[in-house]
Design a protein around this ligand. Sequence first.
Ligand SMILES: [Zn+2]
Length: 126
Amino acid sequence: MEKQTYTVGERVEKTCETCGEERGHVVVSVTKRGQISRVSCPKCSTRSTFKSGKNASGPRASAQAGAPYDRTRTYRTGQTMLHPTYGMGEVTAVIEPQKIDVLFSDRMRRLIHSRVDLIQQSRVEA
Ligand SMILES: [Zn+2]
């Protein structure tokens, strides 16, 4: 089995976190061993790191559609979540750094997010 190597200018499938979509990204830099280090989204020009794994276009651990709502996570407009009470929702707007509007099947609700301080608090209480 030969190790796959890449060159600058090649296209690789990657989920753009800014667009929230998987699309072909342009390789902008590679390591000496031919592994991709940075790619650029052709739509929004966001440059991001590329983690070459077994399967470049495989499912990602985060930012998956329908992942359970987690108030310590940071959401972006367009992301979807599965709320334990309200069901599936989509982030329609980030109101404040720690507040988001989420459209559920019945109505819009304001939720907190990005509350990493809550993790610290519970550690202190425990
Ligand atoms: Zn993009």
